[in-house]
Ligand binder design. Sequence first.
Ligand SMILES: NC(=O)c1ccc[n+]([C@@H]2O[C@H](COP(=O)([O-])OP(=O)(O)OC[C@H]3O[C@@H](n4cnc5c(N)ncnc54)[C@H](O)[C@@H]3O)[C@@H](O)[C@H]2O)c1
Length: 299
Amino acid sequence: MAELFFEADDLLDPKTVRQEVKEARMSPGVVVVIGVGGMGQSIARRQGAGRKVVLADFDEDLLSTAAEALRGEGYDVAPHHVDVSSRTSVTALAEAAASLGPVAEIVHTAGLSPVQAPPAAILAVDLVGVALVLEVFGGVVAPGGAGVVIASMAGHGLAPLDPEQERALALTPADELLDLAFLDRYPGPGSYGLAKRGNQLRVQAASAEWGDRGARINSLSPGIISTPMGQQELAGESGAGMRAMIDASAVKRLGTPADIADAVAFLLGPAASFISGTDLLVDGGVIAAARSGRVNPTR
Ligand SMILES: NC(=O)c1ccc[n+]([C@@H]2O[C@H](COP(=O)([O-])OP(=O)(O)OC[C@H]3O[C@@H](n4cnc5c(N)ncnc54)[C@H](O)[C@@H]3O)[C@@H](O)[C@H]2O)c1
């Protein structure tokens, strides 16, 4: 019977228990959401409960409004201004995030679309910005961590590139990407599709290095999603074509930010522990409709 009784030494010191509980609570780590527009805010809400959430965006007013809204809902938010097209700025963001705890999740949603900006700005933000975030956060992501880069179905709709161009987009150092001569062949809205195809290739290439740290990275390519950007595109020149694409698709509706947040949660979570270096197309079947000839993609 003696073995049924604990010795006094076996009892845990309450201070030790409190410390362990505190550490366990801290262990979910830091979630970094870059770009706090429609998708970014929805993703922050989906991933952020009980964790430190670093919200980062170029637009200071939007950043403080989003941070206040999430704080009001009980999230522990640290806002940080960033320009993803600047290496210095992305490095400062990564350092700030790492100073708050292990960086467990990074979701990169910052981007500009053709109705919002000219091709040069699209390439600087959507192409170079993603390359910088992959490189810099690849150096701070915690073992067991994961990242998602939001690309676009436009990357799937782009006419195929030749293998040398694909290799160049995947592997050229971030600071030299804008010198690639073939970028000049995409002077108009096509620069967006090219940048997004570049995102998919870049994520694939970066996944091995992220894996060396015990972390995963994937891209997610949304279809037409009802965010400020999506609504601006629908109101613009290509809006009629986009509606035709939705009508011809399997799901026949606009995507919601929550559709994307759910898919991001899957890619970041344990159910996706065998998935790295790939792209998940979340478009309600628009690209499938285009490939089967039911509709011509507008771009
Ligand atoms: N909405 C759609 O239909 C759709 C479809 C496919 C892909 N996407 C992509 O999804 C991502 C998220 O888009 P969204 O719909 O949430 O758009 P959004 O316009 O609501 O949010 C994008 C955010 O990126 C920020 N941003 C722009 N330039 C930046 C910079 N240099 N540094 C830091 N932040 C910057 C903007 O301030 C904005 O808050 C983008 O990459 C976009 O290209 C959107």
